[in-house]
Design a binder for this molecule. Structure first.
Ligand SMILES: NC(=O)c1ccc[n+]([C@@H]2O[C@H](COP(=O)([O-])OP(=O)(O)OC[C@H]3O[C@@H](n4cnc5c(N)ncnc54)[C@H](O)[C@@H]3O)[C@@H](O)[C@H]2O)c1
Length: 278
């Protein structure tokens, strides 16, 4: 099966690795241009090199993954059976890309979106190919869950096909009907937002809030560290979608979260969020 991934950022490059590791899948990784796609591929392969250095991965395995992860242009994805897009989390970027892919890929190919929060129904409106949500978690090669999201026009056949692909690449899929935040982010991101509120209220330090949730709620990582890992811009975008879609004030993004995003303190990827990263 030929799989195209569009968007070679944190998620796209990680998803490309997931497919490149699995037997029977050939991967093409695209971005705005091949320079950016190559950068994303190189970053992902550097991660594999670190695993080789630590003895966690064989050099031959690393080379096989690398050989299977080929940089391409979006225009070259015509033969793909499945394309997963992982570009910026805005309708204004994703819709035109999916419209373009709709004209590029062969009949029967499935177009999947890794969106964290946007409507699959709207993403797929009027397109001739089946469109579905295939929501991986960060880091994609490690996290087991894939939320498979059906939009209004997504058939059961497409859902089953994508669930089967997710299982074949070693993931555990769950089917989710379209809804703001799906299953995980509707719980997870408001929790991170609440932790930001605790920090803003000065009731405990960032370190202590995170420690409290690790030791008191058995979470493997604290909510503020997790926000930094996800990206605070992504967290803000999810809160805004939850608020806009439901109209429920409980989903108000905390002003401190907004302030950090405005400052460019987006978390790990920016070197600074609630913590600083070298
Ligand atoms: N970061 C997370 O924890 C996480 C988890 C699950 C899902 N997601 C979702 O995955 C998607 C990508 O998130 P990310 O964190 O990898 O973002 P990112 O900023 O790391 O990467 C986005 C990539 O998309 C590329 N891009 C932008 N516009 C494009 C276009 N028109 N055509 C081709 N490429 C384009 C950018 O150059 C960049 O490389 C978003 O929809 C996000 O909501 C993110």
């Amino acid at each position: 099966m030929l799989v195209g991934i569009v968007g070679a950022g944190t998620m796209g490059a990680g998803i490309a690795e997931v497919f490149a590791r699995a037997e029977g899948y050939t991967v093409r990784l695209a971005d705005v241009d091949t320079v950016l796609a190559t950068k994303g591929r190189d970053r992902q392969l550097a991660g594999l090199d670190r695993q080789v250095a630590k003895g966690k991965l064989d050099q031959t395995e690393r080379d096989a993954i690398a050989a299977n992860l080929v940089v391409a242009d979006v225009a070259d994805l015509g033969e793909a059976d499945l394309v997963v897009e992982a570009v910026l989390e805005t309708m204004a970027v994703k819709r035109p890309l999916l419209e373009r892919l709709d004209g590029v890929v062969k009949p029967g190919a499935i177009l999947a979106s890794n969106t964290s929060s946007l409507s699959i129904t709207e993403l797929g409106r009027g397109l001739t190919h089946p469109v579905i949500g295939m929501h991986f978690f960060n880091p994609a090669p490690v996290m087991k869950l894939v939320e498979v999201i059906a939009g209004a026009a997504t058939t059961d056949e497409t859902v089953e096909a994508v669930m089967a692909i997710a299982r074949a690449v070693g993931k555990t899929p769950i089917r989710v009907e379209e809804s703001a935040g799906f299953v995980v982010n509707r719980i997870l991101v408001p929790m991170i937002n609440e932790a930001v509120g605790e920090l803003a209220d000065g009731i405990a330090s960032a370190v202590d809030i995170d420690e409290a949730m690790k030791l008191g709620a058995n979470h493997p990582i604290g909510p503020l560290a997790l926000g930094d890992l996800i990206g605070l811009d992504v967290c803000l975008a999810v809160m805004e979608v939850l608020q806009a879609e439901t109209g429920d004030p409980k989903y108000r993004p905390h002003p401190l979260l907004r302030k950090y995003v405005r400052a460019g303190w987006l978390g790990r990827k920016a070197g600074r969020g609630f913590y600083t990263y070298l």
